[in-house]
Ligand binder design. Sequence first.
Ligand SMILES: [Zn+2]
Length: 237
Amino acid sequence: MQKNLVLLEELQRMDLRIDGHNAAKLKLQEEMAALDAKIAEARAAKGEREEALAALEEEKRALEENLETEADNITRSDARLKEIKTQKEYQAVSKEISAARKLKAELEEQVLQRISRIEELRAEITTQEETLGELEKGVDAEKGERQVKIDELDRVNDGDLVEREKVAKGLSASTVKRYEALRERRQGLAVVEARDGSCLGCNMNLPPQTYNNMYKLNELITCPHCQRMLFLRDQLT
Ligand SMILES: [Zn+2]
């Protein structure tokens, strides 16, 4: 039984170490995902501006087409004006021309507005591209640092898992199974020390009989409150 306790305590210690490394690895992976999300966000913001730019350029093209049509109308009406014989017709065509000129001026104004907004957007996109480039560089470095740490944790865990299997082999399959089931139910902690009359897993007082039984080393003693397997520090040596 004493050998079992030594092995169980060792198994628990190794599993906690592996758990700790896995938790650290998970945290690093989450940080890497957050860094990727930051890049994706910056790319999406740039994409939005690029779409807005494309829409504005399309609007500008359409306005310029209208402008060209109006300019043609004015040229044609100006030509007609020279051939007109009656005063009434002259007035009608003149009115048409002045309406077309007004429209043309409005269209020109709208084109200018688009041009100025397009220039603004282009400048914003350039800035975003620069920021994104810097961000990508920074993120690459930060991810690289984390990957190094993850690789190191993997390396250590690989060794620990081999060691852990060696320790587990020293125990009966049913004890290992019981230990693992307990670990699952008790936040990873299945084997705990009993000290000063208490279970250090749940901090409850142990009945004197439980304590006495532990000294006998006949069987595996568990805490009546949390069911964890108990050992006494001096039983490990
Ligand atoms: Zn307990």
